[in-house]
Design a protein around this ligand. Structure first.
Ligand code: AMP
Ligand code: MG
Length: 415
């Protein structure tokens, strides 16, 4: 039975589980899903501090100050970032203060240095400074606890850790972070024709490029590839390779061997060792997508043609690997665009064309294919930045009509 893309995707996700969690050093948490709420051990900022290089003053002292009627204050201290001064700023006094330095007692505002004129001592302790502007209480002071208070939740469980979150976790004392484990993904290519990249293929042979492109997609999905040697087109060798992969990996991806060739053993061996869920999806490229599990380990058999492999991974495996890591957003952003040229398509299959989305000077998005759509060729996927989705049903899609694209240049999010 041929499934729709949505039916197939649901069945893939149903065979996957969210993996257990692990503690990792903070920087290794980038891009991963936080598995426990993170609270702050301190107030951030830890103390009231200056937002400017300038002078800490009492706002009431400088009321009405201007270029024409400056207010002269005595400079009683000099506070750099990293220092702390408990010398109180009294009436008629100011403290020279740098950005990030703690506001001294008595002061209730900071006036920036550009709005002052220091005496010949350059504003150091013992000299004077002319204040040329008035300020309101609290001006240019960043308050203690403005970002977060001690004990408050900084990041909730389930949030994705981006660079800003790494900064928040750092400022709140999280050197180690609990995150969803990365799935170990067995990458198996089948085919007697395959030789390694380092070799020049002999007659009838090709380089095993899928092993690398799939592994790269695994890494891009946040998971860890386990690259296995190519599996010959042989029943016993296929069994052995699948058994080994099922004992070592959290997810198995294969390429090739899923069509109706005389040596396509992936489907039969999957049925023998485990269960097959489906073997055909109404899509192009890559109609023979094969899914099931062996010993509870999800198994996905991609077709061998490189761009079928590429699209099948993107549509089915990437969401599954993200799900296993605890992500809840599993869809890349989609958007509408104007089709740049006519496209003919067959009925009953959804098309995922490798395409380039561009934004014109008028702000309108147009999309067109980024190269030959032969499933044997990968260049269009490299040159493109999106998948142009044409729905099931026949007919001609004409230039100027509105179509939908999946952005491959953006991470899964809310758009
Ligand atoms: P198959 O699905 O095994 O019939 O393979 C379909 C096509 O994909 C054939 O032209 C294969 O040579 C090609 N192919 C299969 N495996 C790979 C691979 N690992 N790297 C590059 N091309 C492959
Ligand atoms: Mg083959």
């Amino acid at each position: 039975m041929t499934l729709s893309v949505e039916q197939a995707r649901d069945l893939v996700l149903a065979r996957c589980r969210v993996l257990e969690t692990e503690e990792v050093p903070l920087l290794e948490a980038l891009g991963r899903v936080l598995a426990a709420e993170a609270r702050s051990d301190i107030d951030v900022a830890p103390f009231d501090n200056s937002a400017m290089d300038g002078y800490a003053v009492r706002a009431a002292d400088v009321a009405g100050a201007s270029d024409d009627s400056p207010v002269t204050l005595a400079v009683i201290s000099h506070i750099a970032a990293g220092e702390y001064s408990d010398v109180e700023v009294g009436p008629g006094q100011a403290a020279r203060i740098m950005t990030g330095a703690p506001v001294p007692p008595g002061a209730d505002a900071v006036i920036k240095v550009e709005e002052t004129a220091a005496d010949e001592n350059g504003g150091s302790t013992g000299g004077t400074v002319k204040i040329l502007r008035e300020v309101v209480v609290g001006q240019n002071i960043r308050l203690r606890g403005e970002e977060v208070r001690a004990g408050d939740v900084v990041l909730a469980s389930g949030e994705t850790i981006g660079p800003a979150a790494v900064g928040l976790l750092a400022s709140t004392g999280h050197a180690q972070v609990k995150v969803g484990r990365r799935p170990r993904v067995a990458v198996l290519s089948t085919g007697d024709e395959l030789v390694d990249v380092a070799e020049v293929p002999g007659l009838g042979k090709i380089r095993n490029s899928n092993s690398y492109s799939i592994s790269a997609q695994v890494i891009a999905a946040g998971a860890m590839p386990l690259r296995y040697p190519p599996v010959p087109d042989d029943l016993e060798a296929t069994r052995e390779a699948f058994r080994k992969a099922a004992s070592e990996a959290d997810f198995i991806v294969t390429s090739g061997g899923v069509s109706v060739g005389d040596f396509d053993y992936v489907g039969p061996v999957l049925e023998e060792l485990g269960e097959m869920e489906f073997c055909k999806v109404a899509m192009r490229p890559g109609n023979p997508q094969t899914m099931g599990s062996i010993d509870g380990v999800p198994f996905f058999g991609l077709p061998g043609n490189p761009s079928s492999t590429f699209v099948g991974f993107e549509v089915f495996i990437r969401p599954a690997l993200r799900y296993m890591q605890g992500h809840t957003r599993l869809d890349r952003p989609r958007q509408k665009a104007v089709l740049a040229h006519d496209v003919k398509k067959k009925r009953d299959r959804r098309y995922f064309l490798r395409a380039l989305l561009e934004r014109g000077e008028d702000g309108r998005y147009t999309v067109g294919v980024s190269g030959s759509q032969s499933s044997a060729l990968l260049t269009a996927a490299h040159k493109g930045n999106c998948l142009l989705v044409l729905p099931e049903g026949g007919g001609a899609f004409t230039a100027g009509s509105e179509v939908e694209v999946i952005r491959l240049d953006m991470e899964e999010g809310i758009a």
